[in-house]
Design a binder for this molecule. Structure first.
Ligand SMILES: [Zn+2]
Length: 449
């Protein structure tokens, strides 16, 4: 198996921090970014590495040589003038294997490459690693259908008034070489600079090729600006990069949607009806910053009642993502139940009128999240505004905070007993992340650090 790394970027924006080295040679935790990538490839059994060099090639070659010191085989393809990420890839076309992994030399990642390769269907032309980030407004975003096939690529800047799902192209791909053949034939006539996301993938979509999205919570961030580089260095030093592997179970804060994050206007069947409750975005951002996962689990019987389609529901969630993104907050994953047990609604969809296991207080969605995201239940919480949230949490074996805006935090009411009560989601998140109620393994015992 082959890894191709584009490493020709000049790193103009990082000049102050790199001292004139090419971007991929910038130091993170005592070694160049590129070396982290080489070690990751070796960990997952990829030993053929092709580095696409441009600016500063001699620094890279001098450091890695033929790769033998790292137990891998490294070769180089040089570009004389900048060809862009896709141009430099096409420049190496004849040296590509049938299926290969591609990454950019200025990213730090902790992704299980073997798992992503296993996901890649060789009938599709490329698999794109996708995840939410805290700046979707200035990221390249991807629109998927329910089969995880790419419908459109939206490069930033995004026009005002538009909103998309926070599903960011993280610049990690598995590509089938055969899909590039036609583009390569054309490209070699003019050798123009091309970008993978802005030029190559749209060309492939226009040719009718299938691109597939691979969503994962694993750690991947670009370090291409001074601010991002500092962040990546902080994450590396704090252990967040290491914990970003799917091998590490992470704590989660599960959140209800309507009445907890956004105003509950009865049935929400229109994206414009989504408006965040005060403090909700900052509360989610606090969860993001803590290293816990923010996972929304919501009952949406409007679908079974025939009052909102799945496509419309996606638009509603896109708008929720967008509003959170404006405050640099993001949801790691969102799960909803479209079912409803009772008949008698004029537009109802009979296939969804069932008693299911996923409608809260059912726990099937929580179970799915636990499996897909590898969640550590001993350190996880639920936050919600209804009895079904508290009951679901109890069945699932995690403590819950009841958010109740209309009543005092100590009021008596008919709810099942939550571990804590709060008036707002901010208070609830503070309490959960606070050291008093910190995400310690339960039962809580005094621990020496
Ligand atoms: Zn359900």
């Amino acid at each position: 198996m082959q890894l191709v790394i584009t490493a020709g970027g000049k790193g103009t924006r990082l000049k102050e921090l790199t001292g004139g080295l090419p971007k991929p040679m910038v130091d993170v935790g005592g070694k160049p970014l590129l070396e982290h990538q080489v070690l990751l490839a070796r960990k997952y059994g990829i030993r053929d590495i092709l580095i696409l060099t441009g600016f500063g090639a001699e620094h890279i070659k001098q450091h890695f040589g033929d790769g033998a010191a790292w137990g891998v085989s490294i070769s180089y393809q040089h570009e004389e003038q900048p060809l862009g990420t896709a141009g430099s890839l096409l420049n190496a076309f004849e040296r590509l294997q049938d299926v290969f992994v591609m990454m950019y030399g200025d990213t730090l990642l902790n992704v299980d490459l073997r798992r992503m390769l296993a996901f890649h269907d060789t009938c599709v032309s490329a698999t794109l690693f996708l995840h939410p980030n805290d700046h979707p407004q200035d990221s390249d975003l991807v629109e998927l259908n329910s089969e995880n096939q790419v419908q459109a690529l939206h490069s930033y800047p995004h026009a005002p008034g538009q909103y998309f799902q926070n599903l960011v192209n993280a610049a990690l791909y598995v590509i089938s070489k055969r899909a590039l053949t036609d583009v390569w034939q054309q490209w070699r006539q003019n050798l123009k600079a091309l970008d993978v996301c802005r030029d190559l993938f749209p060309k492939l979509l226009a040719q009718g090729e299938i691109l597939q999205g691979y969503r994962s919570r694993e750690y991947i961030k670009d370090a291409g600006t001074p601010v991002r580089l500092q962040k990546v260095r902080r994450h590396y030093e704090s252990g967040r990069v290491q914990a970003g592997s799917l091998e590490t179970a992470l704590p989660a804060v599960f959140l209800d949607r309507d009445g907890t994050l956004n105003y509950d206007h009865g049935w929400i069947n229109d994206p414009e009806k989504i408006s965040l409750l005060p403090g909700a975005a900052d509360a989610i951002k606090a969860i993001n910053d803590s290293g816990c996962l923010a996972v929304v689990v919501t009952n949406q019987p409007v679908i079974a009642r025939g009052e909102c389609s799945e496509a419309r529901m996606q638009q509603i969630h896109n708008r929720l993502d967008w509003l959170l993104g404006e405050a640099h907050a993001y949801i790691d994953a969102l799960y909803y139940c479209p079912h409803h047990p009772h008949s008698g609604f004029p537009l109802e969809r009979r296939d969804l009128k069932i008693a299911c296991d996923c409608r809260k207080p059912g726990t099937a969605l929580l179970e799915t999240a636990k499996q897909e995201l590898n969640i550590n239940l001993n350190r996880s919480w639920m936050i919600g505004d209804s009895d079904s949230d508290i009951r679901a949490a109890t069945k699932f074996g995690i403590p819950a905070v009841l958010v109740n805006r209309n009543q005092g935090p100590n009021s008596e009411d008919h709810y099942s007993e939550p571990r804590l009560r709060s008036r707002t989601v901010s208070e609830a998140v503070n309490a959960v992340l606070n050291e008093q109620f910190s995400l310690q393994p339960r039962p809580v015992v005094a621990q020496s650090q």
